[in-house]
Design a protein around this ligand. Structure first.
Ligand code: KIV
Length: 285
């Protein structure tokens, strides 16, 4: 059966029926084309693009223009996959009006199906306003990379009772605000299970164990392309970096040795034209 874009009611049904939702990040046309060939329901054009594609130290520097630049080719490639565009830091913390303006851009200019933003109780009013404006919103709680400094760094969240209760409260508040789904990042599996059982919208885990309604991974991590830092929760489904490196080294040495390009990678020329060319040697037009 050809792939068809999943709808939000279908995502909610998947939760009810216990069918796992699959999501992966993507930031460019060629990768999104490959995701489109799979059964993966959702693509996240995450602001993780700042680290894995743009070379920033974190996600904070990522701009709206950079997000849009990467959302557009993904949407062009993945016509039948539900695309969520991340709202970058600074695009929803100034005012509700600017949050709506920027979310509209992600949907209208970027072509995404929904937006994602980080935060709990602090963003509930914003989520409510976005949803009232007709914008589907995915929440994101637990380890929220845009505000990792406030959280004391990139570490597991919700480990003590107070923090666990707060995350549960935040998930319920996001659901009440109209979010259609929530990313749970880097929290203990039993807490993710408790949250998943207490909300009726799908939870999508990353470093949150097996009990979430779905999973998301950063594509460069799962394909083994990003060597700088691999979090504990990442499973590498391929180890592409060494293969790419090997290919680049072989190319470099074959060019240096004159092995590449060989005849099979070169274009021939009609003998007659060649002799005319030779006969004309030295003549000036
Ligand atoms: O930006 C991103 O890739 C994310 C995922 C880690 C959920 O927010």
């Amino acid at each position: 059966m050809p792939k068809r874009k999943v709808t939000i009611p279908e995502l909610l049904n998947m939760k009810r029926e216990g069918k796992k939702i699959r999501m992966v990040t993507s930031y460019d046309y060629i990768t999104a084309l490959l995701v489109e060939e799979t059964d993966i329901e959702m693509i996240l054009v995450g602001d993780s693009l700042g680290m894995v594609v743009l070379g920033y130290e974190g996600t904070v520097p990522v701009t709206m223009e950079e997000m849009l630049h990467h959302i557009k080719p993904v949407v062009r490639a993945a016509r039948n996959t539900f695309v969520v565009g991340d709202m970058p830091f600074g695009s929803y913390n100034e005012s509700i009006e600017s949050a709506i303006h920027n979310a509209n851009r992600i949907l209208k200019e970027g072509g995404a199906d929904a937006v994602k933003l980080e935060g709990g109780l602090n963003v509930v009013k914003t989520v409510e306003a976005l949803v009232s404006a007709g914008i589907p919103v995915m929440g994101h709680i637990g380890l929220t990379p845009q505000t990792a400094t406030q959280l004391g760094g990139f570490k597991v969240q919700g480990k003590d009772i107070e923090a666990a209760r707060r995350l549960l409260e935040e998930a319920q508040a996001l659901e009440a605000a109209g979010a259609f789904s929530i990313v749970l990042e880097c929290i203990p599996s039993p807490l993710a299970r408790a949250i998943t059982e207490r909300v009726s919208i799908p939870t999508i885990g990353i470093g949150a164990g097996p009990y979430c309604d779905g999973q998301v991974l950063v594509i460069h991590d799962m394909l083994g392309m990003f060597k700088r830092f691999v979090p504990k929760f990442v499973k590498k489904y391929a180890d592409l970096a060494p293969q790419i490196l090997e290919a680049l080294k072989r190319y470099a040495s074959e060019v240096a040795e004159g092995v590449f390009p060989g005849p099979e990678h070169s274009f021939g020329m009609n003998e007659e034209i060649l002799s005319q060319l030779a006969a004309g040697e030295g003549k000036r037009c």
